[in-house]
Design a protein around this ligand. Structure first.
Ligand code: COA
Length: 184
């Protein structure tokens, strides 16, 4: 039987309503990391979520198949001077200039394993990102996960730098996608 994917968009006003879903899906997707790396603990994720949701224009898209949450993505407008604090590579300062309207920061995207490799992640991503008013989207991907980076390259992102946002965090590749270019 054909399964029905629904995509629902939420803002900060709906946070208390969707917080359990955000935590439940994270707990399943990151089970191994939660058990082995304090940076990925539920407590750390909840702290990051609180920080992320305080950014302007925070928006989240949740994907459900037959009413069951299968994944989500969220992000927000990068405030002036934001996002690029923890660069580990030299880049042109013009590339990292943030004026409060230039970039949409994609903080999280995750899909439960049975639902990966089917375009659902891209559907969630596109629903979140393609109608944004910002010029570009920026995201971080673990530098040791080249296959995930390759997936983002398929979606139109390019690696711009490396960053390490916290001492205990992984090293990340920072990627940028021009939102004024034709959709992928
Ligand atoms: C990132 C994600 C949403 C992409 O979903 P998707 O478009 O359906 O793509 P896939 O899950 O098929 O992943 C693409 C490739 O990355 C690999 N990959 C996915 N998650 C990975 C991880 N956590 N670590 C290492 N490799 C990973 C997959 O094995 C796949 O490799 P392949 O191309 O050789 O088959 C999904 O893989 C996911 O939820 N991963 C776990 C959470 C995560 O890593 N989020 C991204 C943070 S930047």
């Amino acid at each position: 039987m054909t399964k029905l994917l629904t995509l629902s968009t939420y803002t900060r006003d709906h946070l208390e309503q969707i917080r359990p879903t955000l935590l439940d899906v994270y707990a399943v997707v990151y089970t191994e990391e939660i058990a082995s790396d304090p940076f990925f603990s539920m407590e750390s994720f909840e702290k990051r979520l609180a920080g992320h949701t305080s950014w302007p224009g925070w928006t989240c898209v949740v994907g459900e198949v037959d009413g069951e949450p299968v994944g989500y993505a969220y992000g927000a407008t990068v405030p002036p001077g934001g996002w690029w604090h923890s660069l580990r590579t030299d880049v042109d300062p013009a590339l990292t200039h943030e004026d409060g309207a230039r970039s949409f920061g994609l903080f999280e995207i995750m899909v439960r394993a049975p639902w990966r490799g089917r375009g659902i992640a891209q559907g969630i991503h596109d629903e979140l990102v393609n109608s944004r008013p910002e010029e570009r989207a920026v995201l971080l991907v673990d530098s040791t996960h080249p296959r995930v980076r390759a997936r983002y390259e398929e979606w139109g992102y390019s690696k711009a730098a490396q960053m390490q946002p916290a001492l205990d965090s992984p090293l990340y590749d920072a990627m940028i996608r021009d939102l004024r270019a034709d959709p992928q």
